[in-house]
Write a protein that binds this ligand. Structure first.
Ligand SMILES: CSCCC(=O)/C(O)=C/O
Ligand SMILES: [Fe+2]
Length: 181
């Protein structure tokens, strides 16, 4: 089950948890949504086909593939992990459903603070277009996830600063309205 918290500002190993509070304090999924617009769905990792199909229809996902991030399975592993952990945004939603392993998606909230989202099997997250974010493996160094897309996938990351991009402006407009539908 997903857990999410504000990050500290330490430069230590990105694969560590980096809690701002000690003892750790966790955000609710509602708080996460209100602060970032990130949406979350929990599916049964052993029996997800029906629920996933429903979600794909509702959200209009027509493209699907699998990604495995590990030293053995990901081509140009070190370079890719650097790219993933460089703060960036996309022009479209980033949708990931975790099948195996775990990792951290970090997202900038409406106050430009980092919130860390720890994902594991059964977690499906939707990172909105135009939000600054990054991804890292955790200390177990392995994740396998499904990726979805509406139409043709566009993976290009636009590194920060990308403030004049239309998707960024639209994201900030949504944030100003409290991410209401
Ligand atoms: C587990 S998915 C790897 C990270 C990724 O695909 C991405 O685009 C991060 O921003
Ligand atoms: Fe991304």
């Amino acid at each position: 089950m997903v857990q999410t918290w504000f990050m500290d500002s330490s430069e230590e190993d990105q694969r560590l948890e980096h809690h701002r509070s000690s003892p750790p304090q966790y955000l609710t999924l509602d708080e996460l949504f209100k602060l970032t617009g990130v949406e979350y769905f929990e599916l049964n990792p052993d029996n997800y086909a029906e629920e996933l199909d429903k979600l794909k229809k509702i959200r209009g996902y027509t493209y699907e593939d699998n990604i495995t991030c590990s030293k053995d399975c990901l081509q140009n592993y070190e370079e890719k992990l650097k790219t993933f952990f460089t703060e960036h945004l996309h022009t479209e939603e980033e949708i990931r459903f975790v099948l195996q392993g775990s990792g951290y998606f970090d997202v900038r909230d409406i106050n430009d603070e980092w919130i860390r989202i720890a994902v594991s099997p059964g977690d499906l997250i939707i990172i909105p277009a135009g939000i600054y974010h990054r991804f890292t493996l955790d200390i177990k160094n392995f994740i396998q996830a499904k990726r979805f897309f509406i139409g043709h996938p566009k993976w290009t990351p636009y590194n920060r600063p990308a403030d004049s991009m239309e998707c960024r402006e639209e994201y900030l407009e949504r944030a100003n309205k409290g991410f209401e539908e």
